[in-house]
Design a protein around this ligand. Structure first.
Ligand SMILES: NC(=O)C1=CN([C@@H]2O[C@H](COP(=O)(O)OP(=O)(O)OC[C@H]3O[C@@H](n4cnc5c(N)ncnc54)[C@H](O)[C@@H]3O)[C@@H](O)[C@H]2O)C=CC1
Ligand SMILES: N[C@@H](CC=O)C(=O)O
Length: 806
């Protein structure tokens, strides 16, 4: 035999009741069906009763609606031929008479309320029994309680006897109302919140049935609230204790006390979805089967919480403080959701429902009036608008490192934990965060414990020119592969050019981003972009700078401080004042987020990473010799009798090698920035002014505007051609070389012959030679394309992959 309980939504309309019938008739067993009132009816009855008692408004509005709902439902189920219409009509009349009585006396007692609160279940069970063609049983005659109207306690001895007698030898299908009971005098009582679940559990336990099925409107217990976590999924199996914990912390699938009767009998509970009956749902059992025993089963949260902290040195070592605190709260019916006390006993924090704040505060202040006045206890500290989050799982106690993983993941994402509580049973770890951090916390924890096979990276990209634009093409091309093969979901969450900015929490479709950005409402602003990124407060966020802007580089501190990682192709920050560069690295380290700029030197070549590996493994950099400008190398490899210097500069720009302002390349500043960054990454404290740059273009060309530069450059062509011819005759070439040795750096134009390693450096290639303590006689060489859209974008992409830690 089975007991199936259907909640208010499951029986909320004729259509839904038809689904219930299908489910019931598909069972290959004898079935007892326990039903709630039609969804929303109990609330309407309570409102009508209150209105009647207070005279604030006429109860007839609610009553008419209640009547109409039942008439409509019966009409649709029975095609106008309503066999139980008379019974239901009688119950509606009974309701009307009592409501009229309440209006006359102007008073609503708990006893009267219980008399009418269960009329919804009495009507629904009549309708459903008739529709299914089942026998109707009256739970109120079976479940006997005391006379604590509103939340009566069950007399299990009498109740179990009644149920056993009633169902002795029963075969077939029975329908019984949930929620209602009677006292020994035969007066109606009710079983309190979640009462229909309780009715079902009592009957299931009394008859020792095979299974109790709770049919609701969700697919069982989910790993997290699916309204917040899109990727939450159904937990196949839970232990009773885990289900109780999850329910207590907000997963409103069942009402915890209802589990008790079946828990004591070891009867499994199956949570099923009336609207998706093929979904296996969640099984709640004593011991879960192998395969369903991961350390964490689910995450729950409760919002609308206030944290009260009582603190004072006068509390240390004094017995009875906690007892007085909790007694004071209990006196005013304040439920304590979480307790946290440090072993120093200097403070106790309690989390309570926000709406209980004034009652609780008053009760505590009264209880500790003397201690507060004497300064032994400080004033009560109140932290409003917080949420309690909990992870639940019986296997936590067998697994080390859960708390470590939990709090380091949350911390890395910049969420501050206000209080923590973990019982010695290790069934649950709870903590308190600000409401504004709740969504992020749930996402971070859900991803790290349930979706470890999926990592999400939220990209906020600024600058969609040569490099940024190519990066987006590469991301689009790789998105699916990364998801499939690396389980990395790369999302473009925010993007800006110099005109507009666009944000989408669920990710912008990269194939449409240009149109969407063009139509976006928000005008681009640097601070606006940063604020929006911070406000969105999304875990695993990374800011990608593909501009060449000083202003953009100036907001890195703020971004890192908000626990957002940075990947940048822009060299400005890493080559700014040493103190700024060092501070950025310090913040990144402190916040546990990455600050990566591999493409600052040699575009996609692994020049900085290799240097870091050498240094971190204990090597010492003795000398760096390098060709670091793709633009300049391209110019010196392209210049010819037919292609003068001025044209090669234009060509380098068109090829996407030069800086947005090519004077940065021509002046040697770009190379100086790069050797400066390499020197710093080698462990030297060095500033831009320390680098000697030998320019090969007269200073006058850099002093004016960009247009003046373009106008002036052709004036150099003839002199360069003369020099070039001489070099060709001597079989020599120009190379713009950077050197770093003994703490000193320089950059300038050199002439190299065929024996020099730089001589054969083709196109826009770069070459770096590291002479180190280990690579001494034969330096380490890294060579390849040193500029260009695709290689640089690939370098940025590689840094992004590093941020994701896959
Ligand atoms: N092109 C290359 O081969 C390499 C470039 N880089 C670096 O990559 C960065 C980008 O270079 P490119 O893509 O070549 O330059 P680009 O000029 O093609 O693109 C830069 C884009 O940033 C935009 N931008 C500037 N300020 C902005 C702001 N405040 N908000 C939004 N957008 C803004 C510009 O409108 C432009 O579209 C530069 O810092 C460069 O040094 C690094 C290595 C190699
Ligand atoms: N403009 C730079 C681009 C790479 O940093 C260069 O030409 O090398």
């Amino acid at each position: 035999m089975k007991v199936l309980k259907f909640g208010g939504t499951s029986v909320g309309s004729a259509t839904n009741i038809k689904k219930v019938k299908e489910i019931v008739l598909s069972q290959n067993d004898d079935v007892i069906v326990v039903v709630s009132a039609l969804g929303g009816i109990t609330d309407k009855i309570l409102t009508a009763a209150n209105n009647a008692a207070t005279g604030t408004s006429d109860f007839h509005t609610e009553l008419t609606e209640i009547r109409q709902r039942h008439h409509d439902t019966m009409h649709e189920l029975f095609n106008g031929n309503e066999p139980i219409r008379e019974v239901v009509e009688k119950l509606l009349d009974e309701l009307e008479q009592i409501l009229t009585g309440i209006t006359l006396v102007g008073e609503l007692t708990a006893k009267t309320l219980d008399r009418i609160a269960g009329i919804g279940e009495r009507m629904s069970s009549q309708i459903i029994a008739a529709f299914i063609g089942a026998e109707r049983k009256d739970s109120s005659l079976l479940i006997q309680t005391d006379s604590n109207f509103g939340k009566a306690s069950v007399d299990f001895q009498v109740t179990i006897k009644n149920i056993k007698e009633e169902f002795a030898g029963f075969r077939g299908i029975a329908v019984a109302p949930g929620f209602i009971s009677k006292n020994s005098k035969g007066e109606f009582t009710t079983l309190g919140r979640g009462g229909s679940d309780f009715t079902a559990a009592i009957i299931a336990a009394a008859l020792d049935v095979e299974v109790l099925e709770i049919w609701t409107d969700v697919n069982g217990f989910m790993t997290a609230d699916p309204r917040v976590i899109r990727k939450a999924y159904t937990i196949p199996e839970l232990t009773y204790s885990e289900a109780m914990e999850l329910s207590h912390f907000g997963a409103k699938v069942i009402y915890p006390p209802t589990i008790l009767p079946v828990y004591q009998k070891g009867i499994p509970i199956l949570i099923k979805n009336t609207f998706e009956p093929e979904n296996p749902g969640t099984r709640i059992v004593k011991d879960v089967r192998n395969g369903f025993d991961r350390p964490i089963k689910g995450i729950s949260s409760i919002s609308g919480i206030t944290l009260l902290t009582m603190q004072g040195i006068g509390m240390v070592g004094v017995t009875g403080i906690s007892m007085r605190l909790f007694t004071a709260l209990a006196r005013v019916n304040v439920n304590v959701i979480l307790i946290s006390q440090a072993s120093s006993e200097n403070s106790i924090s309690v989390a309570i429902e926000e709406k209980m704040l004034s009652k609780a505060e008053q009760a505590i202040c009264e209880e500790f009036e003397k201690e507060i006045a004497s300064g032994q206890v400080n004033k009560i500290d109140i932290e409003k608008e917080v949420s309690v989050v909990a992870i639940v799982g019986e296997n936590m106690k067998k697994t080390t490192g859960v708390a470590g993983k939990l709090f380091s993941t949350i911390g890395r994402n910049g969420v501050n934990i206000i209080a923590i509580a973990q019982g010695a049973s290790e069934l649950n770890i709870s903590w308190v965060v600000k409401n504004e951090d709740l969504r992020k916390t749930l996402n971070v924890v859900h991803e790290s414990f349930f979706l470890s096979e999926f990592v999400e990276l939220n990209i906020f990209l600024m600058g969609i020119g040569t490099v940024g634009g190519n990066l987006l093409q590469q991301l689009k091309q790789q998105q699916e592969k990364l998801l499939k093969e690396k389980h990395l979901r790369v999302k473009l969450t925010g993007v800006a050019n110099s005109k507009k900015m666009l944000f989408e929490r669920e990710g912008i479709d990269i194939s449409e981003f240009r149109d969407k950005l063009a139509q976006a409402e928000k005008t681009s602003s640097l601070q606006g972009f940063v604020d929006e990124m911070k406000d969105m407060n999304i875990y695993n966020s990374v800011f990608v700078d593909c501009t060449a802007s000083d202003n953009v580089a100036s907001v890195y501190k703020e971004i890192l401080n908000a626990n957002i990682a940075i990947v940048t192709a822009n060299k400005v920050a890493a080559s700014s004042d040493y103190e700024n560069y060092a501070e950025l690295k310090r913040i990144a380290k402190r916040k546990g987020v990455k600050f990566l700029f591999e493409t600052n030197v040699g575009a996609g070549l692994p020049i900085i990473n290799t240097l870091n590996d050498l240094v971190n493994s204990g090597d010492r950099i003795l000398k760096i010799e390098a060709v670091l400008s793709g633009t300049l190398n391209y110019i010196f490899n392209t210049i010819s009798e037919d292609i003068p210097l001025s044209k090669t500069i234009l060509m380098a720009k068109e090829e996407g090698y030069s800086e947005p302002d090519p004077r940065i390349d021509l002046s040697g500043v770009d190379v100086a920035r790069k050797i400066l960054i390499l020197a710093r990454e080698s462990g030297y404290r060095i500033e831009m002014e320390d680098i000697s740059i030998k320019r090969f273009v007269p200073d006058s060309l850099f002093n004016g505007t960009l247009d003046e530069f373009w106008e002036g450059v052709p004036g150099l062509d003839a002199a360069f051609e003369t020099e070039r011819k001489k070099l060709v005759a001597e079989n020599k070439k120009w190379r713009f070389v950077a050197r770093f040795e003994n703490g000193k750096a320089e950059a300038g134009l050199e002439v190299v012959d065929a024996s020099h390693p730089f001589y054969d450096l083709e196109g826009s290639n770069n070459l770096v030679m590291y002479t180190t303590e280990r690579y001494h006689e034969f330096p380490m060489l890294i060579k390849g394309y040193g500029a260009g859209a695709s290689v640089t974008a690939a370098g940025v992409f590689a840094d992004l992959i590093k941020v994701s830690n896959i």
